[in-house]
Design a protein around this ligand. Structure first.
Ligand SMILES: [Zn+2]
Length: 453
């Protein structure tokens, strides 16, 4: 077995370790507790409760390996950033497996001791919100320590004195790797220790390791790796961990086409982190230069979910940039499509793009008859309605969730709501696109549908 291509082995064999009981980002603390239970009596991975959240949920610390180099990882300090937590579950399965990747596994477990805190903000994960139950952004609480969760993280750093730290987050899916159309699917940062961007030995190790991780993960996502801003944020954990002597790496999970639940990005996290343990175990990063780190393109925000270019609106020709905002409902969510910007958007890109050169924007109408349940809508001849210029229907009994999780190509609102197809910045994205007076496309709640003649 080639010992240099661990990342490729991880990629090829991932399905073996994939924790299939969690497939959606909005899993809860209770789901995690159940999954961690199987490691209670494991001889490779020990599992203990290390503290409690503000609302008294248990926060777990898992430990693997017996080596001298210590690594600490914490995920989901922002409650709505769950991708890395899912990857950690896969990593636990990897570390406790016994197969032909044992060479790598044993190297990691003999040279390093890895500590994991999955879901540091379980109270925020419950409603799938960024902040803690005290409404505090934990990543601005590294100095004041007003939250029990931040206190716990600082205490762990103090007690364990990890050599390396991994601060695991999700970022906006509209970030790109530089001024390109490539989403920043993974973004790295070696957080700065001061406003002068000084590189001491601690930060240097983090940078060198990023150089390797970037090189390896680019195999699977070429040109889709970004570098987070190195503007100094004195209140954040990344900066302070680095200052407290732990070589810290921020890993942000961004967007990837057609991966709304981030299952491919989860796989990338699995590879990045295990690859990091292995490179730390073999100390192979030590000869890396610093320049390839600064050559990683900085994050920019250049992507919309849908970008319609060069479309005629009354007397002007504009581009329309639409984003899909997520609203959480229980363990599910719905999208609201919003016109985020319009005008000359020639420096931007879309996950989906439409050249609107021959097209004209036209407002849609509300279907005059009110319906009682959503199933009634499905029985309507929707294609004909669209051709006639109807873009929305009112339904008497409809939950917020039904309103946008249905897949019907028509906007559904409650009987109490008015329909407004006026377009403009910040407005809901509901309108038609016509060609020579005939309706060709419907934009329904920010999603593009072809209207067949
Ligand atoms: Zn975050």
């Amino acid at each position: 077995m080639q010992l240099s291509n661990f990342h490729q082995q991880l990629f090829d064999n991932y399905s073996r370790y994939y924790e299939s009981r969690v497939k959606y980002r909005r899993f809860k603390h209770q789901d995690l507790v159940v999954l961690l239970d199987k490691f209670k009596k494991n001889n490779i991975l020990s599992n203990s409760i290390t503290g409690k959240s503000y609302q008294k949920r248990d926060i777990y610390l898992l430990k693997a390996g017996t080596g001298k180099t210590k690594i600490l990882l914490w995920s989901q300090m922002h409650g709505d950033e769950a991708t890395a937590t899912m990857a950690l579950l896969d990593i636990f399965n990897f570390l406790t497996a016994n197969d032909e990747l044992n060479t790598f596994r044993e190297k990691i477990l003999s040279e390093t001791t890895v500590y994991f805190v999955p879901m540091l903000n379980p109270d925020g994960a419950e409603p799938f919100e960024r902040r803690t139950a005290q409404c505090i952004d934990m990543n601005r609480d590294a100095l004041q320590l007003q939250t029990p969760e931040a206190k716990l993280l600082k205490q762990l750093q103090h007690d364990l004195k990890p050599d390396f730290g991994f601060n695991l987050h999700d970022q906006n899916t509209h970030y790109t790797a530089g001024a390109t159309r490539n989403p920043a699917t993974i973004t790295f940062l070696a957080p700065p220790i001061d406003a002068q961007n000084t590189i001491n030995d601690v930060r240097k190790r983090a940078i060198q390791l990023i150089v390797q991780l970037n090189q390896h993960i680019q195999t699977f996502i070429p040109n889709q790796v970004g570098r987070w801003s190195d503007e100094y944020e004195p209140r954040a954990f990344g900066e302070n961990m680095q200052k407290w002597g732990t070589s810290t790496i921020l890993v942000e999970s961004g967007g990837y086409p057609n991966d709304p639940e981030k299952q491919f990005i989860r796989k990338l996290n699995f590879i990045v982190l295990l690859d990091a343990f292995y490179q730390i175990a073999t100390q192979s990063y030590q000869n890396e230069k610093l320049e390839p780190y600064t050559a990683i393109p900085p994050n920019e925000k250049r992507l919309f979910d849908l970008l319609i270019k060069n479309v005629k609106v009354k007397d002007s020709v504009v581009d329309i940039g639409i984003i899909h905002n997520e609203t959480t409902v229980g363990s599910s969510f719905y999208y609201s499509g919003q016109i985020y910007d319009w005008g000359d958007l020639s420096v931007f890109y879309g996950y989906e793009e439409l050249n609107g050169q021959k097209l004209q924007v036209k407002e849609g109408k509300l279907y005059p008859q009110k319906l009682s349940v959503i199933d009634d809508v499905a029985r309507l001849p929707i294609a004909e309605l669209l051709q006639q210029g109807y873009l929305a229907v009112q339904v008497d009994q409809i939950t917020p969730e039904q309103r946008t999780t249905h897949t019907l190509p028509i906007h559904i609102i409650s009987a109490k709501e008015d329909f407004n197809s006026k377009i403009g910045e910040g407005k809901e994205a509901n309108f038609f696109l016509t060609e020579n007076g005939k309706i060709r496309y419907a934009v329904v709640n920010g999603f593009l549908h072809k209207v067949e003649p």
